[in-house]
Design a protein around this ligand. Structure first.
Ligand SMILES: Nc1ncnc2c1ncn2[C@@H]1O[C@H](COP(=O)(O)OP(=O)(O)O)[C@@H](O)[C@H]1O
Ligand SMILES: [Mg+2]
Length: 275
């Protein structure tokens, strides 16, 4: 970590405060209004978990943060700088500071593990093979899979694939890590391994983590703060203990693991939410 984790930060920025900030963010797809005015500040150094049922716009929110989607209204800032108005070329340097573990953690099938983890380094223009090797090795060590460099993705378990995708997401030593449903589809033991990694990486790399999930056990395990997204709005933004005690009907229902009215309606009509 050349010059330490704080080296690249704007010296004028406050030592604490929001690193990612959404103000009045709206996003629709055709007639489907997904985000209806989201105000959310992600605080530096914290792990914020964003909870909500499938189809509430959690993945959309992450894509908005890295500029893969554009909001219809509102503002999105990274360290105070507007990202929603930036062109592709100016987004590059910001994206390199944000590690993104995609929901479909897709590794490149044609590349071995080393090639997959090295990919963002090569994209960022790093050519020195010693530097690439040492950074890849460090990333693989951080996810506990340093001996798998030569393995092809098809020969990895689901949990290992997630961890390799995570190694790839952290290889550029990001300031922020976005986790999209990191534990979905994993058995409880593999899921807990991912939770443990989220906690450890936050400490080791001094990062800000944004974890999007509908897995409550995972949320309570990793969160410094919990946000409930419902019908395109933030309905609760609280410390885990406060969240657990919340009497907000939507949150209470979610905590009890009950289906929402919409989900029950979807059963009847045969349609499904996404994810
Ligand atoms: N690129 C897109 N085009 C059209 N609809 C989309 C697109 N991305 C997401 N959606 C829709 O937006 C809604 C929210 O999606 P998403 O953010 O993936 O939900 P989740 O909370 O499960 O991550 C879903 O109904 C989904 O079908
Ligand atoms: Mg999603």
């Amino acid at each position: 970590m050349d010059g330490g984790p704080h080296a690249r930060r704007d010296p004028g920025a406050p030592p604490s405060g929001a690193i990612v900030d959404l103000r009045g963010v709206k996003k629709a797809f055709g007639t489907l209004q997904v985000l209806r005015g989201v105000d959310l500040a992600f605080m530096r150094g914290q792990t914020t978990v964003v909870l909500g049922p499938s189809g509430t716009g959690k993945s959309v929110m992450l894509k908005l943060i890295v500029g893969l989607l554009r909001p219809d209204a509102g503002e999105i800032r990274f360290e105070g700088q507007r990202v929603d108005t930036l062109g592709e070329s100016s987004l590059g340097p910001i994206r390199r500071r944000i590690g993104y573990l995609f929901q479909q953690g897709a590794l490149f099938d044609s590349l071995d593990v080393f090639g997959n983890v090295a990919f963002p380094l090569r994209e960022a223009g790093i050519r020195n093979s010693d530097e690439i090797a040492s950074r890849v090795d460090r990333s693989l060590r951080l996810v506990g899979l340093s001996d798998l460099g030569a393995r092809m993705p098809s020969r990895l378990s689901g949990g290992q694939q997630k961890r390799i995708a995570l190694a790839r997401a952290i290889v550029l030593d990001p300031d922020v890590i976005l986790y999209d449903e990191p534990t979905t589809g994993l058995d409880p033991i593999r899921a807990d391994l991912i939770n443990e990694l989220i906690i450890r990486l936050q400490r080791t790399l001094d990062v800000t983590s944004i974890v999007v999930t509908h897995d409550l056990a995972s949320a309570f395990r990793v969160a410094d703060r919990m946000v409930m997204l419902h019908e395109g709005e933030v309905v609760l933004d609280a410390a885990p203990e406060e969240f657990r005690m919340s009497e907000h009907p939507v949150v209470a229902k979610f905590l009890r693991g009950e289906a929402s009215e919409e989900e029950l309606a979807q059963l009847d009509t045969g349609t499904t939410g996404n994810g």
